[in-house]
Ligand binder design. Structure first.
Ligand code: ADQ
Length: 488
């Protein structure tokens, strides 16, 4: 095999995390397990037997492991120090950008030292990408953790075709303007030829931001910025296009999994262990304040108090995946949710009949699919969510035609999944009514709604998403420069 330094690739993906998890056995043997995720499937589908490189953090602080192969993917780890993890990842990414981009549901924290770490780590990613990208390669940068990479990369490698996709919402300029480093972030993004967003509104927010913060000219979906002659990041003329390319799931793969005999048997087992209730309500979210879990619990508590629902006939299962537990806002949220669940069960459960089953755990894909099959009503009620893949997984798993989806208007998914029971999670009275409708509506009507949702997801799966993104990137108006001679 050729040495890692010499190998370059025509397609390079850069994301905060590599698509693998490391595990170290007691005898010190290191193994890597592919983390199940739509992104890997999507990438495989567009690689067409080509090799590609994936640049990302391996998930633990310290020296970067050596690059290694995983099938056709060359994995190229980026090393983050413990300080990088605290300041770049937990700090600027998860405690500044995440709340700011999700409607400031909790107040964002602004620290100059976190910003310096963000720049530093974006530089590290840029260096790694520049090393593995072949002449004229296509580079696909993912998400809010890497918004400076497009311009850092373009400054270094003008020959590259650079795309960026935002998995989370892009905020309206009225909120984005709070960010002390707003101009630099936009300059960072404008290094890309094409910028993909989940919803048309996110793309519009970005374009408005460029006009209002940078004074760029925007015509339709194309932004032209004459640049600043200040020698700072992304100086010089830029032309980029922004558009919406909503992400999806590997619908065929997930449907097959959900229909497998093992998953079906497990679903029957789960239902029995819940006491075979008439109606199972389900919520599955990362434990995050954007997901609206508190509002959902409030609605459930009121429905129980009103006597509209009661165990053992109706039971609510909330799976809350552990998430970002070193960030204060997440610790507080967990305490609040667990206290609320305790109070509800204290008031409304009886021995053997639990009103709310709360599971603070992570599960494998099979278990998730089995849970979806058990759910008569799925509650997806975020206060803000870029897309929400749980909604798409749920309708796909219910290939049997059963179920009902309650979906917040504030998710990207609501843009496409119009046949769901749409709700405003802030309106507790409205949310209660919607949940009751989803429980009590005529089964034939519910089947029609679910069939239409399933069709939508099947036709717009993760493969179509990846192809649409790469096609848009290919057709973007910017012209790549011929690479300058580099000394060998
Ligand atoms: P997330 O905020 O993580 O993603 P989501 O889109 O719902 O949210 O994806 C979560 C994934 O994790 C789903 O595939 C789900 O099945 C899985 N999952 C959830 N709980 C689990 C558990 N307990 N055990 C195992 N798996 C679990 C971000 C954005 C979203 C956007 C995605 C993709 O916030 O808005 O949809 O990226 O772009």
């Amino acid at each position: 095999m050729v040495s890692s330094a010499a190998r370059t690739f025509d397609l390079v993906i850069a994301a905060n995390r590599l698509p693998v998890d490391r595990s170290v056995s007691p005898d010190g043997t290191v193994t890597w397990r592919t983390s199940p995720g739509g992104l890997v499937t999507a990438m495989e589908s567009v690689m067409h037997e080509r090799e590609a490189a994936w640049v990302g953090w391996a998930g633990f602080p310290g020296e970067a492991p050596d690059p290694f192969d995983d099938g056709l993917l060359r994995l190229h780890p980026v090393g983050l120090t413990a300080e990088d993890v605290t300041d770049f990842y937990e700090g600027f990414s998860n405690d500044t950008l995440w709340p700011l981009y999700h409607d400031v549901i909790v107040p964002p924290t602004y620290h100059r030292s976190w910003w310096h770490a963000y720049r530093r780590v974006n530089e590290k990613f840029t260096e790694a990408v520049a090393e593995v990208a072949a002449e004229g390669a296509t580079v696909w940068v993912h998400d809010y953790q890497l918004q400076l990479v497009p311009a850092m990369l373009r400054d270094r490698r003008p020959d590259l075709r650079i795309g960026w996709f935002n998995h989370i919402p892009f905020p309206p300029v009225e909120l984005f303007a709070q960010l002390p480093w707003r101009a630099m972030l936009l300059r960072g993004l404008l290094g890309a030829d094409f910028l993909g967003f989940q919803r048309p509104d996110d793309a519009r927010n970005f374009l408005r931001g460029c006009r209002s913060v940078l004074g760029a000219s925007v015509k339709g979906d194309v932004v032209t910025w004459q640049g600043a002659d200040d020698g700072r990041l992304g100086a010089g003329r830029r032309v980029a296009r922004a558009g919406s390319v909503p992400i999806s799931i590997d619908a065929e793969g997930f449907r097959k999994l959900a229909d497998s005999p093992g998953v079906r048997a497990r679903a029957t087992e789960i239902r029995a262990s819940l006491g075979n209730p008439e109606v199972v309500l389900l919520g599955v979210d990362r434990l995050d304040y954007t997901k609206g879990i508190r509002h959902r619990l409030r609605a459930i508590e009121e429905l129980l108090a009103d006597g509209e629902i009661a165990p053992p006939q109706v039971t609510f299962v909330q799976v809350a995946t552990p998430s970002r537990e070193r960030v204060e806002a997440y610790r507080t949220l967990r305490e609040q949710i667990e206290a609320t669940v305790g109070r509800i069960n204290g008031d409304f459960s009886h021995l053997g009949d639990t009103a709310v089953h709360y599971l603070h755990q992570s599960y494998g894909r099979e278990e998730m699919a089995a849970l979806f099959k058990v759910a008569d009503v799925m509650l997806v009620t975020p206060l803000r969510d870029g897309m929400n893949l749980v909604a798409k997984e749920y309708v796909t798993a219910r290939h049997d035609g059963g179920g009902a989806l309650v979906l917040s208007e504030f998710t990207g998914a609501a843009e496409e999944m119009r046949s769901a029971y749409l709700c405003n999670p802030h309106d507790i009275a409205g949310l209660k009514e919607t949940i009751l409708r989803a429980i009590r509506d005529d089964p034939a009507l519910k089947r029609r709604r679910m069939a239409s949702l399933r069709r939508r997801v099947r036709r717009h799966d993760v493969q179509t998403w990846a192809e649409a993104f790469l096609t848009a990137l290919d057709a973007a108006p910017g012209k790549p420069a011929v690479r300058k001679e580099v000394s060998s």
